[in-house]
Write a protein that binds this ligand. Structure first.
Ligand SMILES: Nc1ncnc2c1ncn2[C@@H]1O[C@H](COP(=O)(O)OP(=O)(O)OP(=O)(O)O)[C@@H](O)[C@H]1O
Ligand SMILES: [Mg+2]
Length: 333
């Protein structure tokens, strides 16, 4: 609205779905054609192919490399990865997601996916569930019957506004279902039971960081005098590259660092159900991969991991099943 000559965008796509990114790209192409200078700080690089003229790479507060677009786009995938940058080509990831989506349907989210088949009761299930917000014009939608088993990493995908956050808030008891049931270990569960059973890393982690230091944040609600708990806290801080920030105030950290603190709390909580809403939206390649590996560790410990994500690299690389809330077979309305 202000007709700027210079437009600076700080991770404009971090919470956007693929279609919204394509629209953003179109808008930026139009703005560029009017002669505006545009500077974009990004981790997700693929959508910039063909519209960015120069790439400037920062490392530790300094410029480490600078390229004309043609030079940058000619770099090999190995070289891009070695610089810690995310992929320039999403096609292989999209193929894998399409495969996982097609394999995952209501029937296939069954005990056979648990590997040894030993656990035949799902940890969490939905039955005839309708989610949303009450009131006139309030959003509501039905959710297919789903079963989530121990050891799975389930990706939950779908367009902006299709109800992913509303679903995970319902599954963790933060809001009540409009109708239908959520079951824990085969028994109908009240919102209170769900809040006790699961841990949610929120889409906006600013809502869930309460303590004065990163260390205290991870120890919240735990016995801080227990040496086993303290040792585990140090281990989690190390695993998430947070040890050097242990005494910092969480609000003094960058977006991606805050995200990792909230994930650290999830790793500490000891609950069987871990739900993460866009856990890698502000993360570079290295930290995205680190989060993916931690999710895998949680699943290997027998936890059920549900991850809401638009991050195609995370979904393709780490999810064992993908539910797209907008997949044709899930269109229930
Ligand atoms: N507190 C609220 N009260 C009323 N409506 C809401 C509330 N929060 C979200 N909505 C509406 O519910 C719908 C689903 O929102 P939700 O946050 O679940 O989407 P989402 O799939 O997580 O989207 P995104 O990919 O953008 O995070 C949207 O139309 C939104 O406007
Ligand atoms: Mg959301």
């Amino acid at each position: 609205m202000l007709h700027p000559k210079l437009l600076v965008l700080d991770e404009p796509t971090s919470d956007l779905d693929a279609a919204a990114i394509a629209e953003m790209r179109e808008l930026i192409t139009q703005l560029k054609a009017t002669g505006i200078t545009i500077v974009i700080a990004e981790h997700r690089l693929a959508w910039l192919n063909g519209i960015a003229d120069r790439y400037v790479i920062f490392d530790n507060g300094r410029i480490s490399h600078e390229y004309e677009a043609s030079e940058f786009l000619a770099l090999s995938p190995g070289c891009i990865a070695a610089m810690g940058l995310r992929t320039l080509d999403l096609q292989p990831y999209r193929k894998r997601i399409a495969l996982l989506e097609s394999q995952t349907n209501e029937c296939e989210l069954t005990a056979s996916d648990t590997g040894d088949g030993s656990n035949t009761t799902p940890l969490l299930s939905t039955r005839h569930l309708n989610i949303g917000y009450r009131g006139r014009d309030g959003f509501s939608r039905t959710v297919p019957d789903l079963d989530f088993y121990s050891g799975q990493i389930i990706g939950l995908m779908g367009h902006n506004g299709c109800g992913k956050t509303t679903l995970v808030r319902t599954l963790t008891g933060l809001i009540k279902p409009v109708s239908g049931k959520v079951m824990l270990n085969g028994k109908p569960a009240k919102p209170r039971d769900l809040t006790r059973a699961g841990f949610l890393v929120m889409q906006d982690v600013n809502y869930q960081l309460f303590s004065d230091s990163v260390r205290e944040e991870l120890l919240l609600g735990l016995n801080e005098t227990n040496p086993v708990v303290i040792k585990r806290c140090v281990q989690v801080l190390e695993n998430l590259d947070l040890i050097r920030f242990a005494d910092r105030h969480p609000m003094s950290l960058s977006g991606g660092q805050k995200q990792r603190v909230a994930i650290g709390s999830a790793l500490m909580c000891g609950k069987d159900l871990i739900i993460l809403d866009e856990p890698t939206s502000g993360l570079d390649r290295y930290h995205m991969e680190q989060v993916g590996d931690l999710l895998r560790q949680l699943a290997a410990q027998g936890k059920t991991v549900l991850v809401v994500t638009h991050d195609e690299e995370l979904a393709a690389g780490w999810c064992t099943a993908i539910i797209n809330l907008e997949h044709p077979y899930l269109k229930t309305e």
